[in-house]
Design a protein around this ligand. Structure first.
Ligand code: 13P
Ligand code: SF4
Length: 299
């Protein structure tokens, strides 16, 4: 399967992008593996004719918006992120009417339709930097209340208004699960994604995006870590640090959408060029502005 994928990729001048939550065997054949910010940058800069995105819908959509002339395919078009839809219709317009000097800051984990109504996109690895750089005093942060709250703590000079959305996977990493692991491994450091709920973040030694967690574990001197994010990151963590131990909450946090990216489906879309990601012209033109603004401000 790996060989066949390699052949098709070369034949079609295609590249495979995979998020750290994609299945390990898919990460193993990908040309680029990373967090959502890295993958958006790769999508913008790629000279390939075809991008096969092993992630969830908002990632494939962002790649298409940044690259309208390229064919963007996904192994499974139903791979979705529930949080990407968690803003009530009309809410953005309501906030714009209510607050002066307001910027709508949209976590990249959102639909193209929501991005199209926003001023700037952010990811978990650049949100603090971008919110700090905005001239606006009032920030409506959508859709994730947990990342929004985390940013608000780091940027107290802004009035950050939260939206009541969250990642159902990170929300189920309960503090009791982390405390149980800490009791069994008292020397372990706790690494958490900012999508976790506040009681889990309060237990963390380090909070960061998937790529930041991976970079931290590599440069840090501890030997064991409790990792509070989706278990797909284990592949890279273990690859980078074969001598270190990584513990995940039990049950292991698993993003169902990400796991739809199987090797078989990846092979089939490369072969048949099916599952093309399509975005309406109107959404594409309007959502490009906040995505480009993110890439500019995050430089
Ligand atoms: P990262 O930007 O850290 O890769 O996070 C994406 C995501 O979906 C987290 O749940
Ligand atoms: Fe969305 Fe959560 Fe899956 Fe990330 S882990 S893609 S936020 S559902």
């Amino acid at each position: 399967m790996k060989q066949k994928i390699e052949q098709l990729k070369n034949q079609k001048n295609a590249v495979i992008l995979a998020h750290y939550y994609a299945p390990a065997e898919v990460q193993a054949v990908a040309d680029y593996v990373g967090d959502s910010f890295y993958l958006a940058k790769v999508a913008k800069q790629s000279s390939a004719d075809m991008l096969v995105f092993c992630g969830v819908s908002f990632m494939g959509e962002s790649a298409k918006i940044l690259n309208p002339d390229k064919k963007v395919l996904m192994p499974d078009l139903t791979a979705d992120c529930p949080m990407a839809h968690m803003v009530k219709p009309g809410k953005i317009a309501q906030m714009r009417a209510e607050y002066e000097n307001l910027a709508v800051v949209c976590y990249i984990n959102s639909t193209a339709e929501l991005k199209a109504q926003s001023d700037v996109c952010v990811t978990s690895s650049n949100a603090i930097k971008i919110v700090k750089a905005l001239p606006n005093k009032n920030i409506f942060f959508i859709p994730d209340r947990n990342l929004g709250r985390f940013v608000a703590q780091q940027v107290p000079e802004k009035n950050i208004i939260l939206n009541d959305g969250c990642c159902p996977i990170h929300a189920q990493i309960y503090p009791k699960l982390v405390l149980k692991l800490l009791a069994a491994h008292p020397e372990a450091k706790v690494l958490a994604h900012p999508e976790c709920e506040p009681p889990v973040l309060a237990l963390a030694d380090y909070i960061g995006s998937t790529a930041e967690i991976i970079a931290y574990a590599k440069s840090d001197s501890a030997g064991e870590y409790i990792v509070c994010t989706e278990y797909g990151v284990e592949y890279k963590l273990q690859q980078d640090n074969p001598q270190k131990r990584f513990y995940f909450p039990d049950p292991a946090p698993c993003c169902a959408g990400m796991k739809l990216n199987t090797l078989e489906r990846l092979y089939a879309v490369l072969r048949d060029e099916t599952n093309e990601v399509l975005v309406t012209d109107e959404d594409r033109e309007r959502a490009l502005l906040p995505l480009d603004k993110m890439l500019e401000l995050a430089k």
